[in-house]
Design a protein around this ligand. Structure first.
Ligand SMILES: [Zn+2]
Length: 130
């Protein structure tokens, strides 16, 4: 079950950036890892010409991926880094803050399938009414 999504504000739980926060900008490596903006920066060395014809080589800083178990979602309601539970409500999946019970949002990972299901349900209801 996907508990994190792009745009989530997360707290880093381990490593040199432990305690820092940032927004998830991408999922990588089979969605096991996330890239958090401005966090876990590493220096990469670029060979001359790698970035384009005639361009000098050098060092650039990029975000290194963090394993999803090493970050924790910050609840938009209680502003704490929390564990989330997934609950089903109104045929949708919601992420729920385990600390304050706030419904964070619909789980995007299953939204497509869920919306299709909901549509089918609705059509059936309409037909039965007629
Ligand atoms: Zn909360």
């Amino acid at each position: 079950m996907k508990r994190l999504r792009i745009g989530d504000n997360v707290k880093i739980l381990v490593g040199k950036d432990k305690g820092r926060t940032g927004d998830i900008v991408a999922f990588v490596k089979n969605k096991e890892y996330v890239i958090v903006k401005g966090v876990n920066m590493v220096t990469k060395f670029i060979k001359k010409g790698m970035m384009g014809e005639g361009k000098e080589g050098g060092k650039i800083k990029v975000e290194a991926p963090l394993h999803i178990s090493n970050v924790q979602l910050i609840c938009p309601s209680c502003k704490k880094s929390v564990r989330v539970r997934i609950i089903e409500k109104d045929g949708k999946r919601w992420r729920v803050c385990t600390k304050c019970g706030h419904l964070i949002d619909k789980d995007v990972g299953t939204s497509e399938k869920e919306s299709k299901k909901t549509k089918t349900k609705k059509t059936t209801k309409k037909k039965s009414k007629i």
